[in-house]
Design a protein around this ligand. Structure first.
Ligand SMILES: Cc1cc2nc3c(=O)[nH]c(=O)nc-3n(C[C@H](O)[C@H](O)[C@H](O)COP(=O)(O)OP(=O)(O)OC[C@H]3O[C@@H](n4cnc5c(N)ncnc54)[C@H](O)[C@@H]3O)c2cc1C
Length: 389
């Protein structure tokens, strides 16, 4: 039995980043069921950093993560983690009220957002059908994230601080004995006083192994397709500018499209609840992606080059969970990162490491209004215990 200070279950972005931050406090082992880290949600994202997405706590964690992305520790990555992209939240005339509401909410934390009229929107997103968009909210500081570099950087730094990643090490049993969690895995037995549950879509399953109450973590399938847009004859030149286009997101999140290595990546923004699994795209969702993007676009989608699906796992209030379970000693939750687990990882992992070692929320995160109560699993257990009205 290998004994350490912290066992982290799951080596996606949550487990890798939290493991790295915890390595400053003690010996860490990160246990991953797959043969490589990042196979599930972390390797399947749209790789966007945007401050105008998600509930207020998520926006605050995203803002608090920006300094790390801009200036990571020396040697963390060989090139910048972020590159400029920009986002346009677009709306038709019947969606103007939604655009106004999105603008009002976004400017509270991100003063650089602006409201665009129809002509300005068309000029910035030249692939939209003339007359489609009545306006947009522009977020110029939204960025593409090099997810692989971020994830690999955390794992490298974990190792540099004496931590260890063990792959092919699915945890199938967890027992509390004499103040220690003992984990049985295919790669051997490990023990630590504190376990970090960073199992993504499987977070409730891991809690069940520990005898902890589930928090209602619901994995939701999201589909992505990549294609070469086919413009009408005479407009092929439009493609030459593709790398500079901003991401376009329907203000009601019915679809989005984003340049991706010379092609376009699009999603119908589906959110279908499924059991945790190695999720695959459904033909129906691929067809809906194409239909919704073509409705807005001047191009046609003739052939899909690449398609995939991933799981975005949420609890009821769509705010991530970071905190000790109220009933299971030494069992720490780091789950429910939904559609923003990459962009919030720097601040959320620092926060998780502070809370898991008995500290307070880091000052910069607290200054943005995030409290331990906002993230605590107890908020969800309480909800579950309260009688229905
Ligand atoms: C299509 C799509 C687009 C997205 N776009 C963005 C975006 O633009 N920006 C953004 O910030 N976020 C985005 N996300 C969300 C982001 O990908 C997730 O929030 C994030 O990857 C979650 O990380 P995680 O580490 O919690 O989960 P995962 O990466 O799924 O990691 C969990 C790990 O736990 C392991 N595990 C489970 N059970 C066990 C066990 N019993 N023993 C050992 N290991 C176990 C799994 O094998 C897995 O590797 C997107 C997601 C999808 C699907």
């Amino acid at each position: 039995m290998e004994r350490v200070d912290f066992l982290v279950i799951g080596a996606g972005i949550a487990g890798a980043s939290a493991g790295c931050e915890l390595a400053a406090f003690g010996r860490v082992v990160v246990l991953e069921r797959e043969e490589r880290a990042g196979y599930h949600s972390t390797g399947r994202s749209a790789a966007l950093y945007t401050q105008t997405y998600g509930p207020p706590v998520v926006r605050a964690l995203t803002v608090a993560s920006r300094p790390f992305f801009d200036d990571p520790p020396a040697g963390f990555a060989g090139h910048p983690l972020l590159t400029p992209r920009g986002v346009l939240l677009v709306g038709r005339a019947d969606q103007s009220a939604a655009l106004d509401a999105a603008f009002a909410q976004a400017r509270r934390l991100t003063p650089s957002v602006s409201r665009l009229d129809a002509d300005e929107t068309a000029a910035r997103a030249p692939w939209l059908r003339p007359g489609y968009a009545a306006g947009a909210v522009a977020e110029p500081e939204a960025m593409d994230i090099d997810v692989h570099a971020l994830h690999a950087g955390y794992l490298r730094r974990l190792k540099a601080h004496g931590g260890r990643l063990v792959t092919d090490a699915g945890v199938h049993a967890l027992h509390r004995r004499a103040g220690q969690w003992e984990a049985e895995t295919a790669a051997g037995r490990f023990a630590a006083p504190v376990v970090i549950n960073a199992a993504g879509a499987w977070a409730d399953r891991v809690a069940a192994l520990a005898g902890a109450r589930p928090l209602g973590v619901v994995p939701k399938r999201r589909t992505a397709v990549v294609f070469d847009p086919a413009f009408p004859a005479g407009e092929a030149g439009t493609m030459a500018t593709i790398a500079s286009w901003p991401m376009v997101v329907d203000v009601d999140e019915r679809f989005y499209a984003k340049p991706d290595a010379g092609r376009l990546l699009a999603s119908p923004a589906d959110e279908t609840p499924v059991e945790p699994c190695d999720v695959q795209p459904e033909e129906w969702d691929v067809a809906v992606a194409v239909e919704r993007v073509e409705e807005a676009a001047r191009f046609a989608v003739r052939r899909i080059a690449h398609r995939w699906a991933g799981l975005r796992s949420f609890v009821a209030d769509k705010v991530p969970v970071a905190g000790f379970d109220p009933d299971a000693d030494g069992f720490f939750w780091l789950a429910g990162q939904g559609g923003y687990g990459i962009q919030t990882a720097p601040a959320l992992s620092r926060t998780a490491a502070a809370l898991a070692t008995g500290g307070a929320i880091p000052d910069d995160v607290a200054a943005l209004g995030v409290t331990a109560g906002d993230l605590a699993p107890a908020r969800l257990v309480r909800e579950a215990k309260e009688p229905m009205p």
